[in-house]
Ligand binder design. Structure first.
Ligand code: PGA
Length: 253
């Protein structure tokens, strides 16, 4: 049985005061949800105060990106060890905004994934097709390519320490959520790719999150699908009621 993970991707939002307040309000209500893991991913500069704000609660903290090198002359970048040092346990990698706005390739995502695993961070590796790719009937092919490229050289042991997120690009920040059946179809494909590459037992342990316009009102139907093991939430994670509503929906299925 995979425990559901509800992860909030705050993106480039909040400031120091509102980040801490949001983290505290989520943490204060974390006891309302049982059997579900809660994660918040603030901007890097607010990781440390957010870690302190949720200290002693069940809420975990993750980053939204990192660089694959351990240290050195990489101006502006942050290493996996630095994220660990300030208390982050997870890191989102290959989010569609990083792939499509910041130009990250599957190779970049792969290097970051291997570096995060080596540093004992839990990578949340994102995949997802563009609208034109879906309309051209290429969703499965795109997902296979991103899965294969982003997870190259990830061992049997390592894959059990990572999370995959399926985020159709056309559903991110658009209010256009994938239907539960559309999500389940891709999640089942991802599970099959895991079986093909590893084996049934290992594939059964990997959590696959859905992301893209998830909110409290649509989360229940998505999270009820057998291969949807949680949600990666953008906009709705900035409101405690919405975020907790999603988590409660996850706890109820
Ligand atoms: P959204 O973003 O929930 O605002 O659509 C999801 C994401 O980008 O992780």
């Amino acid at each position: 049985m995979r425990r559901k993970l509800i992860a909030g991707n705050w993106k480039m939002n909040t400031d120091r005061v509102t980040a801490v307040a949001l983290a505290k309000s989520v943490a204060a209500r974390a006891g309302e949800v049982s059997g579900v893991d809660l994660l918040v991913c603030p901007p890097n500069v607010y990781l440390y105060p957010v870690v302190q704000a949720v200290n002693g609660t069940a809420v975990r903290v993750g980053a939204q990106n990192m660089y694959h090198e351990p240290n050195g002359a990489f101006t502006g970048e942050t290493s996996a060890a630095m994220l660990r040092d300030v208390g982050a346990k997870f890191v989102i990698l290959g989010h569609s905004e990083r792939r499509h706005i910041l130009g990250e390739s599957d190779d970049d995502v792969n290097r970051k994934t291997l570096a995060a695993l080596a540093a004992e961070l839990v990578p949340i590796v994102c995949v997802g097709e563009l609208l034109e790719e879906r309309e051209a009937g290429r969703t499965a092919e795109v997902i296979r390519r991103q899965f294969t490229g982003s997870l190259a050289d990830v061992s049997e042991e390592q894959v059990q320490r990572l999370v995959i997120a399926y985020e159709p690009v056309w559903a991110i920040g658009t209010g256009k959520v994938a239907t539960p059946d559309q999500a389940e179809e891709v999640h089942a494909d991802l599970r099959s790719l895991l079986v093909e590459r590893y084996n049934e037992k290992i594939a059964g342990r990997v959590r696959i999150l859905y992301g893209g316009s998830v909110k409290a009102s649509n989360a229940g139907d998505l999270l009820a699908k057998p291969n949807v093991d949680g949600a990666l939430v953008g906009g709705a994670s900035l409101k405690t009621d919405e975020f907790l509503g999603i988590a409660l929906a996850g706890a109820a299925v």
